[in-house]
Write a protein that binds this ligand. Structure first.
Ligand code: IMP
Ligand code: MG
Length: 182
């Protein structure tokens, strides 16, 4: 039985679920990119935990790289305007790029990022999102090719996801108690 952090209301993605998700996505990517030597890109810091699991479940040759972006504004909603804090070290011209994302919420951060990376002439860019937030009546500007799971429109933490830089180290994903952030 998983012990639950006192600030977490309930666990929505368990450690077992997480293992199943990364092995399924790893198998899909391995099949699709067998001879393509894709570059797996994680956006710091949230996607680091997912990236670490995902890359170990991929069986074809890959490279990895990291970016750091900052969306203006803080707290529990995203403004979508992206600033590059740390750029890739890899030249992505003619490379097959897979962006590993922790969570697709509004999708604004990611769509900005994809626009920037597309201008560098990659062979392809796809998104592998650990979680997609289902928001009633909203269609995000980005459709990930690979989706780990769908989560309700609540603020979640753990498995890389933070609130004010906390809770990233929880090994599961849980809904943060609203009284923690309100
Ligand atoms: P978007 O631009 O609205 O899609 O926001 C994407 C980024 O916001 C993610 O990569 C996360 O870092 C952060 N984010 C969005 N929703 C949550 C959440 O429920 N918990 C923690 N971080 C979140
Ligand atoms: Mg964050």
């Amino acid at each position: 039985m998983q012990t639950i952090h006192p600030d977490v209301e309930r666990i929505i993605i368990s450690e077992d679920d997480i293992r199943a998700i990364s092995s399924r996505l790893g198998a899909e990517i391995s099949a699709d990119y067998a001879d393509k030597n894709p570059l797996l890109v994680a956006v710091l810091r949230g996607a680091v935990v997912f990236m670490a699991d995902l890359m170990r479940s991929i069986t074809c040759p890959i490279s990895i790289d990291f970016m750091a972006t900052s969306s203006y504004g803080s707290g529990t909603t995203s403004s979508g305007t992206v600033r590059i804090l740390k750029d890739l070290e890899t030249n992505i011209r003619d490379r097959h790029v897979i962006i590993a994302e922790d969570i697709l919420d509004s999708g604004l951060t990611l769509s900005n990022l994809i626009g920037m990376l597309n201008s560098r002439g990659p062979a392809s860019i796809e998104v592998c999102a650990f979680a997609v937030k289902d928001i009633d009546g909203y269609t995000p500007p980005v459709t990930p090719k690979y989706v780990g799971c769908h989560v309700p429109n609540e603020f979640i933490v753990g498995y890389g996801l933070d609130y004010a830089e906390r809770y990233r180290n929880l090994p599961y994903v849980g809904v943060l108690k609203p009284e923690v952030y309100s």
